[in-house]
Design a protein around this ligand. Structure first.
Ligand code: ADP
Ligand code: MG
Ligand code: ZN
Length: 196
């Protein structure tokens, strides 16, 4: 039998740009259309242990917490209408293959993730998936310093009682809330700074 391939929608942008909000909005529309699907979130995102995706605007939807893309792949044979993945930068590189498999099986895929890490380097995973997209939405946040559009994510670390830009030599992943001495904010190119 001829199977129509699924489509791939990619939502990228810096922190606070509304990626989770947009993912939820897109999934809500599909729910209204009575489509069946699952939102996946990886367990290394420790900010929220509940089986939900939550946007900073307060909207939320049920989600399955998985340890990696392979756990999501188990739903391949269910012939779901769609699957969605939030925070794809937290998944391993095997997500690329799993996304392809869903598309080949006729399941639509919606993903959301950071465009760039705090050093302003692209995430391999995210870029590989974006390269296969049928549609890419690049969302912008508001720069917390000057109010212009923000496309970058600034990592700040607490040093001698002051928030200062993090060094590019620091590890890429530091989940917000897991370390009191780190925080992130969206900034424009002019306000984004790199530390020593
Ligand atoms: P993301 O998943 O991209 O981190 P969310 O979808 O969780 O973003 O949250 C987006 C919401 O965050 C916005 O709709 C807005 O209500 C709120 N917000 C708070 N600070 C900012 C900011 N500096 N720029 C844009 N949105 C912000
Ligand atoms: Mg988010
Ligand atoms: Zn700015």
């Amino acid at each position: 039998m001829f199977v129509l391939k699924g489509t791939l929608e990619v939502v990228i942008g810096p922190m606070y740009s509304g990626k989770t909000e947009e993912l939820i909005r897109r999934v809500m529309r599909r729910k209204i259309a009575r489509q069946n699907g699952i939102i996946f979130r990886v367990s290394s995102d420790t900010r929220n242990a509940e089986e939900l995706v939550v946007s900073r605007a307060g909207t939320h939807l049920e989600a399955k917490i998985v340890s990696g893309a392979r756990d999501a792949q188990m739903y391949l044979d269910d012939k779901l209408d769609y699957v969605a993945f939030d925070e794809i930068q937290f998944f391993e590189s095997d997500l690329v293959d799993v996304v392809k498999k869903f598309i080949d099986a006729g399941t639509d895929v919606i993903v959301a993730g950071l465009n760039l890490d705090f050093r302003s380097e692209p995430f391999d995973n995210v870029m590989k998936i974006a390269a296969m997209a049928d549609e890419i939405a690049l969302l912008k946040a508001v720069c917390v310093v000057c109010g212009k559009d923000a496309t970058l994510t600034q990592r700040l670390i607490m040093k001698d009682g002051e928030w200062v830009p993090a060094s590019t030599k620091d590890p890429i992943f530091k989940v917000e809330g897991s370390d009191v001495k780190v925080r992130y904010e969206p900034r424009c190119k002019d306000c984004w700074k790199v530390g020593e």
